[in-house]
Write a protein that binds this ligand. Structure first.
Ligand code: AMP
Ligand code: MN
Ligand code: MN
Ligand code: MN
Length: 288
């Protein structure tokens, strides 16, 4: 295992970002190009529930002499709560992905129809689904496409207002979907040779004691670790998370969760630095 003192030799990296294959604003190629301009040398594309952007991003990274780590951010369930599982260094060609991701795509399409129905029932425009689908294009449809459709229709003044009023938990467009259990997501990531990590642990509105329970259950299901550094996490939270990582001997990861250049609070390659031998970057770099 590498010592912390070697971390200055590490490449500039980013292990969490989105393209137009899911709810990001940039094509996989444009995203990788922007990452390169920002000085990123090693990156993972982690679109929600799809691997459709991987080949384009990998090709762009190769042209720019960057290291590309295939990745995904899987929507899954813990009890009744939706959580996100990062799969890093997966094999996108593993036979298990096709069925797994087709199922998620069906769930997303069915949920989109239900969201539209509920919101139209509340007096929102009849063409909402059509607009959201147009914004999603060939990518996986998600709530952010509804948020953008509402913004473009002038019904909200920001995407976050769309979540606050219509799409967030307990709001009129909140639709439950039967996402796979987190244990299934962990298992699929690991079957394909990847590391399975809970994404942004402090973003689920859980108290730290609930979060400890979630992580203990994920450890029992074989999880490899969790994200420790991402925009919005505080130094105090990082400290608490590090203690959990030590307690369960887990790996940690970091990334920007970049979606769009319009969000001025996220930049590719930017997130709090956490120096620890537990960081997955050491294993990725050592893996060649
Ligand atoms: P979905 O996977 O379709 O349910 O959408 C989840 C995505 O919506 C997240 O990955 C974020 O990109 C975005 N999102 C969630 N909550 C908010 C919010 N309050 N404001 C803006 N975007 C959000
Ligand atoms: Mn997203
Ligand atoms: Mn997420
Ligand atoms: Mn994300």
């Amino acid at each position: 295992m590498k010592a912390d003192t070697q971390s200055t030799d590490l490449p500039c990296f980013d292990l969490h970002m989105h393209s137009t294959a899911s709810d990001g604003a940039l094509s996989p190629q444009a995203l990788v190009e922007l990452a390169s301009q920002n000085g990123v040398q090693l990156l993972a594309l982690t679109d929600h529930d799809t691997l459709a952007g991987q080949a384009e991003a990998a090709a762009a990274a190769e042209r720019l002499d960057m290291r590309f780590i295939p990745g995904v951010e899987l929507t899954c369930r813990w009890n009744k709560r939706v959580i996100h599982l990062l799969g890093l260094n997966i094999d996108p060609d593993h036979e298990g992905w096709k069925g797994y991701l087709e199922h998620l795509s069906c769930l997303r399409n069915q949920r989109a129809e239900k969201i539209a129905k509920k919101l139209i029932g509340k007096g929102l425009p009849d063409n909402l689904l059509e607009q959201a689908k147009a914004l999603a294009g060939d990518g996986q449809i998600g709530r952010p496409h509804f948020a953008r459709a509402l913004l473009e229709a002038g019904l909200v003044s920001s995407e976050s207002e769309a979540f606050d009023r219509f799409l967030g938990q307990g709001k009129p467009g909140d639709v439950k979907a039967e996402w796979p259990d987190m244990s299934e997501a962990i298992s699929q990531v690991q079957k394909s040779g990847g590391y399975a990590l809970l994404a942004h642990p402090t973003k689920y509105n859980l108290t730290f004691s609930r979060l400890r329970i979630l992580l203990a259950e994920m450890v029992a299901a074989g999880v490899d670790g969790f994200e420790i550094a991402y925009p919005g996490v505080s130094q105090e939270q990082i400290g608490l998370l590090m203690r959990i990582a030590d307690q369960h001997d887990l790996q940690v990861s970091s990334g920007s969760d970049f979606h769009t250049p319009k969000h001025r609070w996220t930049h590719l390659g930017r997130f709090p630095r956490v120096e620890t031998h537990r960081h997955l970057i050491h294993a990725l770099v050592a893996g060649g």
